[in-house]
Ligand binder design. Structure first.
Ligand code: CA
Length: 226
């Protein structure tokens, strides 16, 4: 599990990185807002810890831009001042929680674990439409009926869900398959798997749309006209 830590205070960042690693998290550090923005848009971290007072691009702007780009990862903001305005602005910009500096590491860790639990809880994590998706048990259900999915179909669905409403490229699909130990699949076989998955998702309220020349995206079907 990899976290992004955006913090410009080098001493605090080093200390937090060491403590987070001891607590079992992988950490990538962004020392300024520009790097934080780049990494948030590029990498699907499990969670981001975002200082609001960052050089180059301030934390609120980073957060607003990431949310505008549909980056959905949970974000905990760090505010230097015990200022209500800062906290309200952070939450309005799409933060999931905040912590006022200075704080104790155990409190940060407790907040992170709570956030991760909340965002993974059934009904809020990867559920969409009539589909519920349990990554830990590796099972998916449409209207409560279990879906029979091959390992490749499973990876495909997981990828599409993790980037819901965003295009997943054929290259990403190939990479996900290759990372799971298979070959990366020819373009033709990706189309075959998409076709199969579309059939299996019938009745789920979700459809896989082809973005010609780009890839595929999973989206909610428009409700039928009355
Ligand atoms: Ca700062």
């Amino acid at each position: 599990m990899t976290l992004l830590l955006a913090e410009d205070d080098a001493i605090l960042a080093d200390a937090l990185t060491a403590q987070l690693r001891r607590a079992g998290f992988d950490v990538e550090h962004a020392p300024n807002g520009a790097v934080a923005e780049y990494l948030m848009l590029k990498q699907p971290y499990e969670l981001a810890i975002l200082d609001l007072g960052l050089p180059m691009v301030d934390g609120l702007t980073v957060l607003r831009r990431a949310r505008a780009a549909r980056v959905g990862m949970p974000v905990l903001v760090l505010t230097a001042l015990d200022s209500l305005d800062d906290r309200v602005a952070g939450l309005n910009a799409g933060a999931d929680d905040y912590l006022v500096k200075p704080f104790d590491f155990p409190e940060l860790e407790a907040r992170l674990r709570a956030l991760l639990r909340r965002t993974r809880a059934p009904g809020s994590g990867l559920d969409m439409g009539q589909l519920s998706f349990d990554p830990d048990a590796r099972r998916a259900f449409v209207r409560g009926v279990p879906l029979e999915l091959s390992p490749r179909e499973w990876l495909l669905l997981e990828l599409l869900l993790s980037q819901r409403d965003r295009v997943v490229t054929k290259e990403q699909i190939g990479q996900a398959w290759a990372a799971d130990g298979g070959d990366n699949g020819s373009t033709g076989s990706i189309e075959v798997y998409i076709h199969r998955l579309r059939k299996k998702l019938e009745g789920s309220g979700l459809s896989i749309r082809t973005a010609r020349g780009l890839g595929y995206l999973l989206e909610a079907e428009a409700p039928a006209a009355p």
